[in-house]
Design a protein around this ligand. Structure first.
Ligand SMILES: *[C@@H]1O[C@H](CO)[C@@H](O)[C@H](O)[C@H]1NC(C)=O
Ligand SMILES: *[C@@H]1O[C@H](CO)[C@@H](O)[C@H](O)[C@H]1NC(C)=O
Ligand SMILES: *[C@@H]1O[C@H](CO)[C@@H](O)[C@H](O)[C@H]1NC(C)=O
Ligand SMILES: *[C@@H]1O[C@H](CO)[C@@H](O)[C@H](O)[C@H]1NC(C)=O
Length: 447
């Protein structure tokens, strides 16, 4: 995902202020209690094994029945969680609450690929850019509140398909409800397909436009915001991904709004994995971490706030979610990126069943195409690809030095425990990838 180092710094700085309150509030709650809430033993969980899923992948490509579905429905007892009844006429609004480098683009695709979902990739980017153009301002708690307030208002408008609300944050200001400055427009299928992108394009070109963000921007011309709003209204559901809301409690006003019917998927990832990925991606912001890795010595002026912010925000948010407050009933699901990487189809089914949405075949096809390689691979190769995608989620273990890992573990200890990520203190444990550091745990939504 494209996110400038400036906005990263902004966010990091912005979060420091509330961390102070965070720590104070949090220190009064016993962690062990929170840990035991919402976790179920793995013994009777959905057990569609890797082999089954691989077979499913193969058979789906060959066009036969999905026998994993049967495995899922016949062998599991009790079911993963009680299904809310599906009401096709009721709009469900989905928010993917994430942080940078936690796999949020992947999760976004699970909705973007659905023909009945209108998906927006990071619209709050424009709010942040308009309200906090300079770094120094984000130190200001009042301004931060203003930004969160504006972000909530905008989200509410967007869920009601009032896309024109977004225009006031776009620079330069759109004329005649038309703009070519929408951030990552190409990441949204709805904004790159008819009627929004009315194509003199043939089917082949249209699929190129959908596959390549740059092509969408080049071929579709400026975005007609009124048409986009029509497209939004024509779909049953809206999904928005954001890395710019720090915690679930920041969304309470929206979640409690009965007209919105908002459901939040909080995506988390091992902070050590997030760190390794950010070091690769945000090279300037994480320059000192790279220096540490290269020299083997921790720079004395290393900015600890960056990783602390991730862990504090996750910890507060996840603790709130797992404590099952009434206002989150049926509205909150916790998803570990590592689980999605290992069991993409199974986890996606759980996700859709939590949301009460019908999972579309195009979503499953996308998953199969993007986690297992193309259809001409043999099943053995596919199996390897699945393992690779799982290994990918844990590849921080070969990218970070043991010192960096231990340091991060110390900063994030309560969070690692809460989410079931094992700590390591020896290089042999760290580098031995056949021994997973992700504990089997199930985080069940509650209804
Ligand atoms: C907006 O639309 C009006 C009338 O259709 C037109 O005269 C004007 O040039 C347009 N402005 C821009 C900036 O395109
Ligand atoms: C956007 O689409 C609407 C509805 O079709 C149309 O009336 C309007 O002229 C379009 N705006 C621009 C700038 O093309
Ligand atoms: C999956 O891959 C096949 C073969 O490359 C392609 O025809 C199909 O459109 C892809 N589907 C999705 C949803 O990406
Ligand atoms: C790696 O871990 C596996 C599983 O725990 C173990 O069987 C194996 O001996 C380990 N390999 C090394 C080199 O330590």
């Amino acid at each position: 995902m494209q996110c400038s180092w400036k906005s990263m710094v902004l966010l990091a700085l912005a979060s420091i202020a509330i961390q102070y309150t965070a720590i104070r509030t949090f220190s009064t709650k016993p962690l062990s209690l929170l840990c035991s809430v919402g976790l179920a033993p793995t013994g009777h969980s959905v057990n569609c094994s890797l082999k089954d899923l691989t077979r499913l992948g193969q058979e789906t490509l060959e066009g036969s029945d999905r026998d994993c579905d049967e495995i899922l429905s016949h062998t599991q007892s009790p079911p993963p969680f009680s299904l809310p009844s599906y009401n096709a006429t009721k709009r469900t609004h989905i928010l993917i609450l994430a942080t940078t480098r936690s796999g949020s683009s992947f999760v976004g695709q699970l909705f973007n690929q659905h023909p009945e979902v209108f998906y927006l990739f990071e619209p709050l980017y424009h709010v942040q850019l308009a309200l906090l153009p300079r770094m120094a301002q984000s130190r200001n708690l009042a301004e931060r509140r203003v930004m969160l307030g504006a972000a909530r208002d905008l989200l509410r408008s967007l869920y009601h398909c009032h896309l024109s609300s977004l225009e006031s944050y776009i620079r330069p200001h759109p004329a005649n409800h038309s703009t070519d400055k929408l951030f990552r427009r190409g990441a949204s299928r709805s904004l790159c397909s008819p009627p929004v992108c009315e194509s003199p394009l043939g089917p082949e070109e249209q699929s190129l436009v959908l596959a390549d963000e740059g092509e969408c921007v080049r071929r579709c011309g400026p975005l007609n915001v009124s048409l986009a709003a029509d497209a939004c209204r024509a779909k049953h559901h809206t999904a928005i991904k954001t890395v710019r809301i720090p915690q679930i409690s920041d969304l309470r006003a929206l979640i409690e709004d009965p007209r919105l019917n908002l459901k939040v998927v909080q995506l988390v990832r091992d902070p050590r994995g997030i760190l390794a990925s950010r070091i690769e991606t945000f090279r300037e912001t994480y320059r000192l971490w790279r220096l540490w890795r290269a020299t083997g010595r921790q720079p004395h002026n290393l900015d600890l706030g960056q990783i602390n912010t991730v862990c504090e925000d996750f910890l507060r948010s996840v603790s709130t979610g797992l404590a099952r407050p009434a206002w989150l009933r049926g509205r909150y699901m916790l998803l570990r990126y590592e689980d999605l990487a290992r069991f993409p189809l199974q986890k996606t089914r759980e996700l859709y069943s939590f949301l009460g949405l019908v999972l579309d075949h195009s979503v499953e096809d996308w998953i199969i195409n993007n986690t297992r390689g193309s259809s001409d691979l043999s099943s053995r190769q596919k199996f390897t690809t699945v393992r690779d995608s799982a290994a990918n989620a844990e590849n921080w273990r070969v990218k970070l030095s043991l010192d960096m890992v231990v340091y991060t573990q110390t900063a994030c200890q309560p969070l690692l425990e809460l989410l079931g990520y094992k700590t390591v203190f020896h290089p042999r444990e760290l580098r031995n990838l056949s021994h997973s550091l992700v504990e089997d745990r199930r985080f069940l939504p509650f209804f």
